[in-house]
Design a protein around this ligand. Sequence first.
Ligand code: PMV
Length: 337
Amino acid sequence: DKQSLSMVTCTAPVNIAVIKYWGKRDEDLILPMNSSLSLTLHQDQLKTTTTVACSRNFQQDRIWLNGKEEDISNPRLQSCLQESILWRLNDFDCNGTCTSMTSCSPNDDDDDVKIWFVLVYTLSQLFGVESEQLSAVARQGSGSACRSLYGGFVQWKLGEQLDGKDSLAEQVESESYWPELRVLTLVVSAEQKSVGSTSGMHTSVETSQLLKYRADVVVPSRMEEMIRVIRERDFPAFGELTMKDSNQFHAICLDTYPPIFYLNNMSHRIISLVHRYNQYYGETRVAYTFDAGPNAVIYTLQDHLSEFVQVVRHFFPPEVSGEEFFKGLPVCSADLS
Ligand code: PMV
């Protein structure tokens, strides 16, 4: 009927990689140079919610982000909207016009990832698009976003085909596989990243010799090992591999010319603290990982969480840090679910 209004609401979680994706082999199709693996976090503070409504009565596409109307001529928004046009044309209830409202958490490096992903995902749900098609669509907003399609431990396979049809996200283990695992976010700075991942990756691919070595030699065996230690729930091995992979990613940033600095002094102090803590116990109880920014994500087990939080509070009291260390996001634990 002409008055009908279709509406769907979806939320998208963040994912944090333990084997990092860095470098595209095809910038148009968003195909990676190496496989990657992440954990999907279901933290209330870190999710994005989008509602899409579609009706014959709407005059034009309109999008609001956190209550503010966006300019839909933005290229990334356009690419997401383009993706959905075919779905819309196949849909009898709609003449191709949608409105969407998105709200997302502040203080997150990956806001852009989640916003575009969740918009396309919500559109796909509205029009009943099959999930196999979604990795390619989700990648258009931001490559790593395709890993948020699943909960738990998720790999994004490099794939071999030129058209990228086999470069897909795939669940390795479900969200309930390792219930003792905990995630702690340490917000060092709420500022926007200095070099975005798209341009950073581009420069790394052009200039870093280390990147090629990493993609060809290091990551293939590291992916296998990471999947094995996750399946064995071997935290010391998981933590060590996670830290080594984060460090190699930031080494590549330094090997990029001109170099990219995502970590700051506070990040370096957190790295030292984690190593000192682990050395004190003679085993890896806590692991850090850093993406394209200075904020630390800490993986640990439930048994060690409260002590490590105390240690962090001791060495980084808010008045000493002088930065937004404890602001915005509380230092909190979050279940992986
Ligand atoms: O998907 P992008 O373009 O936001 O790049 C993500 C890059 C890292 O976060 C540094 C690594 C990763 O695999 O998530």
